[in-house]
Design a protein around this ligand. Structure first.
Ligand SMILES: Nc1ncnc2c1ncn2[C@@H]1O[C@H](COP(=O)(O)OP(=O)(O)O)[C@@H](O)[C@H]1O
Ligand SMILES: [Mg+2]
Length: 263
């Protein structure tokens, strides 16, 4: 078990309130402890990477933050305020949006419709139904332009889009509604080099606009180039959190595989 304070943790600068402050989260599935007293901070205006091997607990932590799972123990603070998420809409209400591994897009609908999909949960069905499609298209275009997300057209059917463009739609849907915290579970896992580069540019752009981004990734070079801080899970334990500038790709890999830093 990890005792708080015994592992390196990325410092929070004085006067900065973390967008997300996770304290001692425990999540068990039957006999499996997926998260064992896990703590982590995510600062506003930064990309925070969350890394670890398969089964380390990354997706479970994201699901606790997005209200899909309820932790057995521990606390989640959003902008310094203690929150309990009984369901995903509670997490959204607190300003957290999640781009899940399985993007949950509707293949038969166009880009604009997908960006409005599911909004009735947080904004009420009447608002959605009152919006005519033309207005949805205009608003969708505005959001895409704001974050530099390129699409053939907001009228393109999502089925016709490339993997990177589909990821772009999912990100636009997540950030287009004033959320301040975005969680992304392996957004580039299925993408080629060029599309990966585009998505990473978008991710950096979100942070530059002041959002707090939590990025799960398997790609250490990607983590090193895009993140401001990196947190490392191993077998359900948070083994380190560091400023990216203070570490190296090989040290991160060493933490992932052994739980220890380089000496
Ligand atoms: N819904 C679930 N039911 C049972 N066990 C689960 C469930 N979700 C995750 N686990 C287990 O929790 C551990 C962490 O899984 P996960 O969070 O998916 O890891 P990662 O995303 O880092 O690959 C694994 O041992 C996994 O089998
Ligand atoms: Mg996962």
């Amino acid at each position: 078990m990890t005792t708080p304070g015994t592992v390196p943790a990325a410092p929070v600068p004085e006067g900065v309130t973390p967008a997300l402050d996770v304290r001692n989260i425990v999540k068990r599935f039957g006999g499996v402890t997926a998260l064992n007293h896990v703590s982590m901070t995510v600062l506003p205006g930064e990309v925070t990477a969350l890394v670890g091997d398969n089964g380390a607990g990354k997706s479970t932590l994201v699901r606790c933050l997005s209200g899909v799972h309820q932790p057995d123990e521990g606390e989640i603070l959003v902008d310094g305020k203690l929150q309990t998420f009984h369901d995903p809409s509670a997490s959204r209400h607190a300003g957290i949006e999640t781009v899940f591994q399985e993007l949950a897009l509707s293949d038969n609908l166009d880009v604009a419709s997908n960006m409005f999909l599911g909004r009735e949960l947080t904004h009420g069905p009447t608002r959605l139904f009152r919006l005519r499609h033309k207005e949805m298209e205009t608003e969708a275009q505005t959001v895409l332009a704001r974050y530099g997300i390129r699409m053939p057209s907001v009228r393109s059917t999502v089925r016709e889009l490339s993997g990177g463009q589909r990821q772009g739609v999912a990100i636009a849907r997540a950030v287009g509604w004033g959320s301040r915290i975005v969680l992304m579970d392996e957004p580039t896992a299925a993408l080629g080099v060029r599309e990966t580069g585009r998505i990473l540019d978008i991710v950096r752009g979100l942070a530059e606009r002041g959002l707090a981004v939590l990025l799960i990734s398997h790609n250490m070079e990607q983590v090193h180039s895009v993140s401001d801080a990196v947190w490392i899970l191993r077998g359900g334990n948070m083994v380190a959190g560091m400023r990216t500038a203070d570490t190296t790709t090989s040290e991160i890999v060493h933490y992932i595989t052994t739980g220890q830093g380089l000496t």
